[in-house]
Ligand binder design. Structure first.
Ligand code: GLC
Length: 646
């Protein structure tokens, strides 16, 4: 039983006994988590020198709780009683840049009906706090963790928006950029001014001795635009660790004061009415010479420590792990061993995302099957964010052993994928760009909008009806998978109307060196206005998504409390998985090929599908196409096969 389950138990046992004031329940949660909090704290910060900091932490937790708004405390208790609310089939998310979506927070507020129309009820708002003018990594260089940047609006405006969203059952997800601050953050400013206390909030060194040691094993995150992992600051006359961009300073969590102050920042963010906190770049939280300083055991302990404290103060708020790392490493962010279920509740399913793009390019599902079979299962209390695109690049983070197991060479295969998506080749339908190509080792990543990567841009240029239709089918296929696979689907704003690449970033000095901006377009409200009156690819995509979202919410079998059973298909172009709640079953069937494919009835029987009964494709509401004992799947067909119960 994880700590959250214990809190639920205690809350239910105490209710009705006159002793369940929120203060009293806070004390119960603190008592329940205290031994874990102290063992995590002292494993990172040895007791002898750090005991006083531990008491400081405890005092701070009480104070932070006292500042949590009353309505959020009430919501916390409701959430506790509701169990793992984040595993519900009712949740459907969208990720967006507030300014690019509709100018500012006020503009976003006005668009709440749009989300309702589509069926979206969870919003991931990209960073909205103050940041340096000029380059700021899309707001991931923070000048503050809770001051809203004036270009987005005011704190009051945000709080009015958050209140209204809560009223309409729309949840909010915001980033906590936990690994680094900008070089304009107040701690960085004091460090630059020579204050040693704040120099110790970062990894600062007077000469290259330690930086050189670190750099022997630290991989470069942005090798093209920000090579190396340290930056010299002239005013401070010191080197500072900057794993990302030169203006993003890595926080030094070996200093307990950094943890204590960052916990306060986290709670202030949660108190703004945030339901899910996205822990940005959390794999990097602990650094050690001689290692790649990613996914280290201490990083896991630190994340769990944040979570255990957050759970005591604001048990209704959960953590999303933004760990875009290898499949075997991602799973660890749910917590392993003694920390199982006590780290993050949610993690990005970056493995599924990258594997789907692999299947589109190869038109085959062998690597997808192999990987899904071999990756260890997530714990029952965790859930995934399933997505196909986001504001970042697509990394080719497949497990080399699995690539070899399906008969390909890892290096050549990755090269093929870079060719297919980002080298502008004639034979490929995709139009994407290369991100951070490293000629030293041939590594590269891919950027581009879902629609352009799936062939819509090229098809529209060629005015070719058949390939336009195929691109639309591919867009719906990939979204259909994330909407039916276990977890929270997160649609990237613009993808619901098939938005193409936006090449204008090349003309902006602050963006031109970062090709991820090709997929950070302005929301096109002119297209959206015409959705109901025009019948074209955009309305097909929007209406197709809307229909699948509605269907998802009507089918409890899609809740992530129910298993996902992947059936390795005998046809290498077909991906098939089953959702099964013991009573109802839905089989999700996708053809990744541009040609018609078939599945034999005998195999369908063997996995429990008896198509001659009452089974239909729930999306099209049509009978299955069966002839000569073969189920026929057209180009890029995507079916949700189930008994017509609606
Ligand atoms: C995360 C963000 C990415 C940013 C990086 C550094 O990976 O998604 O956009 O560049 O963190 O903050």
């Amino acid at each position: 039983m994880n700590q959250a389950a214990l809190h639920r138990l205690i809350t239910s046992k105490r209710s009705g006994k006159g002793a369940n004031s929120s203060e009293d329940l806070f004390q119960c949660r603190l008592t329940t988590n205290l031994s874990l909090i102290s063992s995590l704290f002292f494993s990172l910060y040895p007791k002898k020198e750090n005991e006083l900091f531990f008491y400081q932490l405890l005092n701070q937790m009480e104070e932070l709780f006292s500042r949590r708004p009353k309505e959020l405390k009430t919501q916390d208790l409701e959430r506790l009683q509701a169990g793992n609310w984040y595993q519900s089939e009712q949740l459907v998310g969208m990720q967006l840049y507030v300014d690019r979506f509709n100018k500012n927070i006020k503009g976003l507020h006005e668009k709440l009906p749009y989300f309702e129309k589509l069926g979206v009820n969870l919003l991931h708002l990209m960073p909205i706090t103050t940041r340096p003018s000029g380059e700021n990594d899309g707001g991931y260089a923070v000048n503050s963790y809770h001051e809203i940047d004036s270009k987005y609006g005011t704190k009051e405006g945000f709080s009015a928006f958050a209140k209204q969203a809560r009223k309409e059952n729309v949840m909010l997800m915001l980033d906590f950029v936990v690994n680094h601050t900008s070089d304009e953050f107040e701690w960085a400013k004091q460090a630059i001014a020579g204050d040693e206390k704040y120099q110790n909030y970062y990894y600062t060194y007077p000469n290259r001795q330690v930086p050189d040691k670190f750099e022997e094993t630290l991989p470069e995150v942005f090798p093209e635009s920000a090579p190396g992992s340290f930056t010299y600051n002239k005013e401070m006359e010191k080197w500072v660790m900057t794993c990302f961009n030169t203006y993003q300073w890595d926080l030094n969590y070996t200093n307990p004061e950094v943890f204590i102050d960052m916990l306060a920042n986290l709670i202030k963010l949660a108190n703004m009415g945030v339901d899910i906190v996205r822990f940005d770049a959390l794999a990097f939280l602990w650094k050690k010479i001689g290692t790649d300083s990613q996914n280290l055991p201490e990083a896991h302990q630190l994340i769990s420590l944040f979570r255990m404290c957050l759970q005591v103060i604001a048990p209704g708020v959960i953590l999303l792990a933004e760990a875009i790392v290898t499949p075997r490493n991602i799973i660890k962010y749910f917590g392993e061993g003694s920390l199982e279920g006590n780290e993050c509740e949610v993690a990005y399913n970056a493995s599924l995302m990258a594997l789907l793009w692999n299947s589109i390019a190869t038109k085959k599902t062998s690597l997808l099957h192999k990987s899904l079979q071999e990756i260890p299962a997530k714990p029952a209390d965790g859930t995934w964010i399933n997505y196909i695109r986001c504001h970042d690049d697509i990394g080719l983070g497949y497990d080399d052993d699995f690539i070899r197991a399906v008969g390909w060479s890892p290096r050549e295969h990755r090269n093929f994928l870079l060719d297919y998506y980002s080298r502008g080749l004639e034979w490929s339908t995709a139009k994407g760009l290369m991100f951070m190509y490293n000629p030293k080792n041939g590594d590269g990543r891919i950027t581009g909008s879902a629609a352009s990567l799936l062939g819509l841009e090229k098809a529209l240029e060629q005015k070719d009806k058949k390939t336009i239709d195929q691109a639309v089918s591919k867009i719906l296929l990939l979204h259909g998978i994330i909407l039916s696979y276990g977890g929270i689907p997160l649609i990237y704003a613009g993808d619901e109307i098939g938005t193409l690449n936006d090449y204008s970033f090349t003309k902006n000095d602050d963006h031109k060196n970062d090709s991820r901006w090709v997929n950070r377009p302005m929301q096109d409200w002119k297209i959206i206005e015409k959705l109901t009156t025009t019948k074209n690819h955009t309305s097909q995509i929007f209406n197709g998504l809307k229909k699948m979202i509605r269907l998802r919410k009507q089918l409890p079998v899609f809740a992530d409390t129910q298993p996902v059973i992947v059936h390795p298909s005998p046809n290498e172009h077909v991906f098939l998985f089953e959702r099964n709640d013991g009573k109802n079953k839905v089989w999700v069937v996708s053809n990744f090929d541009e040609h018609t494919q078939f599945l034999h009835l005998s195999w369908l029987f063997s996995i429990g599908i008896r198509p001659e009964n009452t089974l239909v494709d729930l999306i099209s509401e049509k009978k299955l196409n069966i002839e000569n004992n073969l189920l026929e799947l057209g180009a890029y067909a995507h079916l949700w096969v189930g008994a017509n119960q609606l």
